[in-house]
Design a protein around this ligand. Sequence first.
Ligand SMILES: Nc1nc2c(c(=O)[nH]1)N[C@H]1C(S)=C(S)[C@@H](COP(=O)(O)O)O[C@H]1N2
Ligand SMILES: [Mo]
Length: 402
Amino acid sequence: MMERRDFFKKAAAVAGATALGTSTVDAGTTHQPISNRKVGDVAFPEKRPLITFSDRPPLLETPREVFTCALTPNDQFFVRWHMPDIPTYIDVDKYSFTIKGLVDNELKITLKDLKEDYEQVEVAAVLQCGGNSRSAFSPTPGGIQWGSGAMGCAMWKGVRLRDILDRAGLKKDAEWLAIQGQEKAAYYETPNFIRELHLDELDDHVIVAYQMNGEDLPYLNGFPVRLVIPGVYSDSWIKMIESITVTDKYQKLFFMDHAYVIPDNECECETPEKKFPKTKPIWKMNVKSIIGYPANGDKLTFKSQAVVRGVAFDGGAGIKEVQISLDGGKTWDKAILDSGKLGRYAYRTFRYSFKPNKLGKLEIMAKAINKLGEAQPLAKDIKWNHGGYKYNGIDVVTVEVV
Ligand SMILES: Nc1nc2c(c(=O)[nH]1)N[C@H]1C(S)=C(S)[C@@H](COP(=O)(O)O)O[C@H]1N2
Ligand SMILES: [Mo]
């Protein structure tokens, strides 16, 4: 297996500089925004140019046109890290993660153990940041102004977390897992990136994954090993796992209590003027679709066949249908869905053919409905929250018919 270091050398050779090899940025800031969104002017290892919000930590968004295929290519898969300092070198032969705390046998699991000592499983699942599409909220909440590309779908391969915990043997008081990544906070006031999960929230689909779309995880997507929790927002999908600690108590760690939380009320909503006092962590994803083609500003030819294409998904109930409107939402027509063979946690791709019969601006809208009957709301009906989480308004692109 290639050492990760080699990837940096390669990226540096191609572009003259790699974003992560340099460390001129003061490490105290949690992120260093680049003022305008632009497609990569810095090279990131194993990545094609992506929409770049920051290089330290890397914050990279997938362009819309990638959302026409069911599996997102690894080199176009979005990237989100919280700390400016993430390990730039991992010794593959020495790497292991630990299972500790309230277990009968503390385990140190190497990549080889993971690949050889446990049953291997695969799951296709969407990884989506809770803040995906944040920039579509009105007014716009603070935070990274993601468009629709803080998401991707991959075929993940690894081992069931359950099987690992069974091997360790949970003590009878075991209730919570605290999962920690390898990166360390720059200053002691900044908490490490740890997520706490209740054991009841884990099912057999939760895996510790070392492979993505048939290859090693890309370095920036969590090499060598990350958590995959199908159907759930990705702040819980800890990358570059260092340890899993079993506890009997919830430890109130920063990212659970302060970030990635929404109002704990029926509508999960609040007003910009008044914060709802009680919060809960985001968890299951809501139903959503994104049009991959055409994109805003594209030109379609009058009276010739055009095909709208995109992806739809939800938290695992499964997509029932995707509807398209060409008249501002007055009438809706069914799009054709793919067979769904990747399973209920993956993207369903859709397509819709039509012939534009009017010259000028045309709005194309896509609305997904899941098997529970939940549908995407119109942008104007979207419920607002301070974190800018869970945006799932009906997607709209505006094209020009010429
Ligand atoms: N170790 C670690 N894991 C992490 C994070 C992080 O900062 N550190 N960020 C989380 C968040 S909020 C997101 S959106 C996803 C992003 O995963 P990706 O970079 O593979 O797209 O990783 C999650 N896991
Ligand atoms: Mo995220």
